[in-house]
Write a protein that binds this ligand. Structure first.
Ligand code: FES
Length: 98
């Protein structure tokens, strides 16, 4: 569904999204990386378990909450990728109580 408009130029980093190592441009947001790599959804709701995906991409809607390097409830659209980062979908409220 989402694709880059241009080829990646400049430095890239390797991150892991749901078990897959991928190359992304340095400085890209976690949400953009998840969308471009066809993650489909980034979290599920705590009540119904419905899948949700990033919406506003500017820190307002909180639909993009993900687990980043083991920390739940990270706004993926506000976090820049870093080399070696591990990103997982957030299930419900996240953390060990999910
Ligand atoms: S996509 Fe809306 S807060 Fe991240």
């Amino acid at each position: 569904m989402f694709k880059r408009l241009n080829e990646i130029e400049g430095p890239t980093v390797t991150i892991n999204i749901e078990g897959a190592d991928v190359q992304v441009p340095e400085g890209e947001t976690v949400a953009a990386a998840a969308l471009v790599h066809h993650l489909g959804y980034t979290r599920t709701t705590s009540l119904s378990g419905a899948p949700r995906s990033p919406l506003c991409m500017m820190g307002v809607c909180f639909e993009c909450l993900m687990e980043v390097d083991g920390s739940p409830n990270q706004q993926a659209c506000q976090v820049q990728v870093k080399a070696g980062m591990t990103i997982r979908r957030q299930q419900g409220v996240g953390g060990t109580d999910a």
